[in-house]
Structures are given as C-alpha cells and as structure tokens.
Design a protein around this ligand. Structure first.
Ligand SMILES: O=C(O)C[C@H](O)C(=O)O
Length: 380
C-alpha cells in the first residue's frame, strides 16, 4: 500500500465523517483484502483494527504525517532558502541602497542588512516550527474510543510509539493524556499557526522582491529577477515576477487553510474532535505548499537575481533624507529646511547644506556618506 500501487482504492472524500472513520476503514479494508489475496484470513475490524479506533488512529496519523513532512521536506527546504539568502547577502554586502519606510525614501542601508532581515525572520520561523514539533511527536495511539484505552493491550501505546520512532528517526511518545489527544487538535492548531507565521515571512520576501524588481523602466528597478516565461499573452517582451507571485499566492492559501484549522480545532465535543479529516488535509497541504515555495524562491528568485547597481546609486546620492545625519550637528528643524529646499530645487543635499550651515564640505561629505550611515550610532 505504501508504494502507492493501490491508491485508486481510496475514493473517500476529505469532507466525510469528522472522526475519519471512513478513511480508517478504507485502509483497514484494503489491507485485509491484500492479506486475503496472499491467503491470510484477515478481517478489517477484528484484525487490522485490533486494539485501535479511528478516534486514536486518525489523530495519530495527523501527527505522524505532519511530523514526517516537516522533518523530511519543510525544514530542509527552509534551511536551503535561508542559506541561499545568506549566500546572496554576503555577496552583496558592498551594495548600499535607499531604505524605505511607508514605501517612502528613508535612511540608507546595505543590501546584506536588508536580506539579513529575511534570513533572521526565517531562522525564527524555523525555531517556532521546531518547538511545535515537540507537541506533534506526542501520539494519541492507545487511547482507542474515548481515551480510556479500552480494548487495547497494556503497553500497546508505548510499543506503537517506539516502532514509529525506529521507522522514522523521530522521537514519538504516547501523549500524557489520551483524553486530550482525542478531543483536541491543539498541536495541529499550533503547527498551523506557525505555518501561518511562516507564510507571512514568505509573503514579505515575495513582495519585497516584486517591488525591487518593478519596472524595468518605470519602477524601482533595483534588481532583475531571472526571466522564466513570457509574462504577457498580449504585451510582447514583458517579463513578470512569476515566482514571487506564486509564492505570495501559496502564502495566502496557507493563511486561509489555517483559518479553517482554527475552526476545526474548536470542534472537540466531549471526548472527540470531529473535524479531523479537514485538519489532516489542510495541514499537509500547507506544509507541502511552503516546502515547494521555499525551494522555488531560493533557486529561481533569490539565487539568480541581478542587482542593478546603477539604478541604486543615483537615488541614493540625491536622497534628501540623508540630512537626518545632520540632526545632531544642526538640529531637526534646520535639517528639515535643508531637505525641503533640496527636494524643491532638485539639488544634491550636500550643496544645500554647505550653503545653509557652518559645516565645511569635508565634514559634510563625511557626515552624509551613505555607506557610513548604514552602521548605526551618532554620525560625528
Ligand atoms: O470509528 C471509530 O473507531 C469510532 C467512531 O469515530 C465513533 O466514535 O463513533
């Protein structure tokens, strides 16, 4: 069954009984049939489902499958995205650009600082997902119908957890309360919440890339993303940022799937949560979306964009906001007057400052040097 050879025998819809009994019995029936074909007399309920109930099997399957998907797919993809960003950041540490707040010109920063923010956000998203994994590795198996463990042999829960740990290399243990693990989906809600946080990070990176790539002539034109396809069916020669756009859509989908998981997480009525199939489907979809997106962003956008350094240099030199560096020497109001005049006249800030202050050219060059202004501290 694990090879996928019998997948066509699983026709059950995700939107089925809330316990997932239909899917559990589907598995039991296919396994019993396969065993019978080998001449072993096996029944779906008495043998395959022995010592089990859908009520503990399905919550266990949710935790197990999500933990494996995070461990084998999502985490490596996020680490890859982060190291690709780090690699580009160290290559681009010489590039100084205009910072933006409210989408408006602000003080300068280096590109490694800008990309370093993405890397740090991803690092913290990984930490949060790692933390959720601890709760995900606690299993419901052994709780059977309502959490008491009726019909399961003593020690069954521990044996299942040990066997699954050996097979996967993850550390599974029985949950400390089967009543809790059957009637709630708290660990899945937690992981989904962390995936939503990750989706926000991905959305931010994708949007920054789209803005930086905008143009090529009438936009910011700070970078040039790899051209992957003719972007327009009508406008010849137009190349669009398809990877960041697909990443932003995947992120939006994960945020939506999380909302449904949040509702499902509240659907624990007495001893059983009855939205388990939805939780399973949405959680695995989110993990898969974020894994694929992280790899695509890394390999087809971050690793390959070119920096249009000439486009960065002009606005940087003309940016009147650099006058912020003079606050300490001449005060905010005098600096504001210089900035306004420089904007209005379209003149370099240094020329206006030389006229309007007692500071000599050399001092102004030092104080207004964009690269020096990326280092923090009080300009002297
Ligand atoms: O399918 C089961 O094992 C139990 C079912 O979900 C029920 O509680 O009625």
């Amino acid at each position: 069954m694990l090879t996928g050879k019998h997948d066509q025998h699983f026709p059950i819809d995700v939107f089925q009984t809330g316990s997932g009994t239909s899917t559990n019995m589907n598995v039991n029936e296919v396994l019993a049939t396969l065993a019978s074909r080998e001449g072993v007399e096996v029944t779906p309920n008495d043998h395959v489902n022995m010592g089990q109930s859908s009520n503990d099997v399905i919550p266990t399957a949710i935790h197990l499958s999500a933990a494996i998907a995070v461990h084998e797919s999502l985490r490596p993809a996020l680490v890859h995205l982060r190291s690709t960003i780090d690699q580009r950041a160290s290559e681009l540490s010489h590039v100084v650009k205009t910072g933006r707040t409210h989408l408006m010109d602000a003080m300068p920063l280096r590109m490694d600082q800008e990309l370093g923010a993405w890397s740090s956000q991803l690092g913290q998203a990984i930490e949060r997902i790692d933390s959720a994994m601890k709760r995900l590795c606690r299993l419901a198996q052994g709780g059977t119908a309502v959490g008491t463990g009726i019909n399961a042999p003593i020690g069954f829960a521990e044996q299942v957890a040990q066997e699954l740990s050996e097979q996967t290399g993850l550390m599974f243990t029985p949950n400390d309360s089967f009543f809790a693990s059957l009637s709630s989906q708290d660990a899945a809600v937690e992981l989904s919440g962390q995936l939503k946080g990750l989706a926000c990070v991905i959305m931010k990176i994708a949007n920054d890339l789209r803005w930086m790539n905008s143009g090529p002539l009438a936009g910011l034109g700070e970078i040039e993303l790899e051209a992957l396809q003719p972007g327009s069916s009508i406008m010849p020669g137009k190349v669009n940022p398809v990877i960041p756009e697909s990443a932003a859509q995947a992120a939006a989908q994960v945020i939506g799937l999380d909302s449904a998981i949040t509702v499902a997480g509240q659907s624990g009525n007495f001893q059983l949560n009855v939205m388990l199939p939805l939780v399973a489907s949405n959680l695995l979809t989110s993990i898969s979306l974020m894994s694929n997106t992280a790899r695509l962003l890394a390999d087809r956008a971050i690793a390959t964009f070119k920096v249009r350094e000439d486009n960065l240099k002009g606005p940087l030199a003309r940016n009147p906001i650099l006058v912020t560096a003079l606050n300490g020497a001449i005060g905010y109001n005098a600096a504001a007057a210089i900035a306004k005049e420089a904007y209005q006249a379209g003149r370099p800030i240094i020329d206006v400052a030389e006229e309007k202050t007692d500071l000599d050219r050399e001092t102004l060059e030092r104080l207004l040097d964009p690269a020096a202004l990326t280092q923090g501290g009080i300009p002297e």
